[in-house]
Design a protein around this ligand. Sequence first.
Ligand code: FAD
Length: 346
Amino acid sequence: MAHLFTKGLLLSLALGLMTACDDVDTRPQMDIEGKTMGTFYSVKISGEIPQSQQQLQQEIDALLEQANNDISTYRDTSVLSRFNQYRGTEAQPIPRGMADIILQALRIGQDTHGAMNITVGPLVNLWGFGPEKQPTKIPTQYQIDNALKQVGLQHLKLISDNRGEWLQKDRPDLYVDLSTLGEGYGVDQLVNLMMRHGITNYLVSVGGAVSSRGVNGQGRPWRVAIQKPTDKENAVQALVNLQGYSISTSGSYRNYFEQSGQRYSHVLDPATGRPITHKLVSATVIATTALEADGWDTGLMVLGPEKALKLAQEKGLAVYLVSKTDTGFSAIMTPQFNAFLAPDQH
Ligand code: FAD
């Protein structure tokens, strides 16, 4: 019997990242929360707020709704789902934002030698982590081999010309899954909204992707906590001050199912067609945009502890990796990440 740790429950547990608030309010702070992308979003603003909470919430919901209509594989009518359903090989028009996501995904895909791979959709669905829900049994090697035939970044081409952006596949059955990047993209959309309104003190999050700038209601820099890789909520591993940057965590310890005592993570290795099995349990990345952080964290998770650290060092990435040991967990970070640790954490 498979034991499933449901995403709804897991995502409500703050997704490995939470904000740390410990003082008494000294300035106005607005908190807006809602649901999107099968998870939750949160927008916290302090100081002068240029319009009503209701107006701002409507704008936020409209932005995130647009993102869902563009890239959700959970909506049959989204632009991405229609591309996946299309059984031809002609280039299809796509919105600019979706092209930005795919460009970033292809770059990180190349840098990770295909470990971060947005054509992994058939495997995600086969293992039951996509919109087609959970499997009742582990797929056979035959099923995995068949799904693997549909996977490969070389089958996907992004075209930009004076008429707009286009996406083309050379296999009619290619299935693109942007789930791993959607939260980061959503956060970047919220950051752009803050900037358009001249808001300079904010902390915004969608699922496990967060960005913050300025100070909180107590006049102190926002701090973000990386949670310990356990099933328990609110066990803090490290605190960071983002200083206008974005952070994202990918982990194997919150979204998985168990069968016969073995855990099967939702992070899949495109080289084997199977969930990752190494000892890296979470990868946290800080980057200029949340989209970039969100893409890298999954790529590093697939690579495993040694290769992930080597690549992070080569690329000069701000990365925090937590691995399972015989006695518990061990963490390692790059110097670029160390620079973001809250002062009392050094
Ligand atoms: P991450 O670690 O960031 O990514 C892991 C996910 O990426 C996997 O679940 C899989 O989908 C994919 N993946 C696995 N291996 C790889 C790989 N090697 N390379 C690239 N990608 C890989 N969920 C719902 O239940 N209901 C919804 O209505 C819903 N709507 C969504 C709408 C949008 C626009 C998006 C982007 C996602 C939606 N989701 C929905 C999915 C969900 O909320 C999460 O985005 C998803 O589970 C992955 O996010 P994560 O941060 O947990 O994992």
